[in-house]
Design a protein around this ligand. Structure first.
Ligand code: ZN
Length: 286
């Protein structure tokens, strides 16, 4: 399914922003419906955190820092399985998953297999550079649960960072968090069982989606865990026998979230705690 996306000029964007169209759950720049007057907004909330894209990093920014980025942000709607970057691509834009949208980083290994190394949802961003200028994608980056992402040209981010130490600090802290997340994933892959990792992944997906139905096939789960499809199916069967999970066509249904959490390793919680501690101290945070 091809990606649908739109972009609007800076002038039109500012007009929309200033007229304060009501922000829905799906997008953040709600375009006016032809023939219908824009919704009236009672309060002057343009600069409020709640009127921003549903991404934790963008919502952490102080008002002035957010205004440096806002004219350059575009909303893109990407379907599940859309490839954001192939390995080796120049990454010229930062993407901020919004709401339940999340993407995964899949690293190719031998035998045409790929192993997932990172999940990024509304807590983070894809394409934050470690240095200056475009960087090369190391892995394939694929949309797992489709929806809205905020796209920001890397050049616009760099220019804004030159004007704001707070922006520099927040994104440097996020890059450090993402590195910690990778370290934890490496440790998890080495130390924890397939069952623990499967439970961890499904719990993480549940947190991103905000629901108990996870759009995930056995084959996709196998790919993320770096095991054969039959092994992944056996893991799912074990959870089904314990009435923790059920399966539907193309999806996994969580029946007992508490039991699933107790089956998972603690890696997700460790990473989340680190994010809270490191990003909570960022100078740009409100
Ligand atoms: Zn683990």
């Amino acid at each position: 399914m091809p990606a649908r996306e739109f972009s609007i000029s800076r002038k039109a964007l500012c007009a929309l922003w200033n007229r304060q169209f009501r922000y829905g759950n799906v997008g953040f720049f709600e375009l006016p419906i032809p023939g219908r007057a824009p919704a009236k907004i009672k309060n002057q909330v343009t600069r409020s955190v709640t009127g921003r894209p549903q991404n934790d990093l963008l919502r952490k920014l102080g008002a002035q820092d957010f205004e440096l980025l806002a004219p350059h942000l575009q909303s893109v709607e990407l379907a599940a399985s859309h490839i954001l970057h192939h390995a080796g691509d120049d990454v010229a834009a930062v993407h901020f998953p919004c709401g339940p949208t999340f993407v995964s980083f899949a690293v190719p290994v031998e035998d045409d297999r790929e192993v997932e190394s990172l999940l990024v949802g509304r807590e983070g961003a894809i394409g934050i550079p470690a240095g200056r200028g475009p960087s090369l994608a190391y892995s394939r980056i694929v949309v797992k649960v489709g929806g809205t992402l905020a796209r920001l040209p890397l050049r616009a981010l760099e220019q804004a960072q030159q004007r704001s130490a707070g922006l520099q600090e927040l994104f440097a802290r996020y890059a450090a968090c993402q590195f910690a997340q990778l370290l934890q994933t490496a440790a998890c892959n080495a130390a924890h069982s397939i069952e623990q990792r499967a439970a961890k992944w499904i719990i993480a997906a549940r947190e991103h989606i905000g629901g108990d139905e996870i759009p995930l096939t056995h084959e996709q789960l196998a790919g993320m865990l770096g095991v054969s499809r039959s092994y992944a199916s056996r893991v799912i069967q074990t959870f089904k026998a314990r009435r923790i999970l059920a399966t539907r066509r193309g999806a996994i249904l969580i029946l007992d979230a508490a039991a699933l959490e107790s089956s998972a390793c603690a890696c997700n919680d460790t990473v989340k705690r680190h994010f809270r501690e490191v990003l909570g101290r960022a100078a740009s945070a409100e």
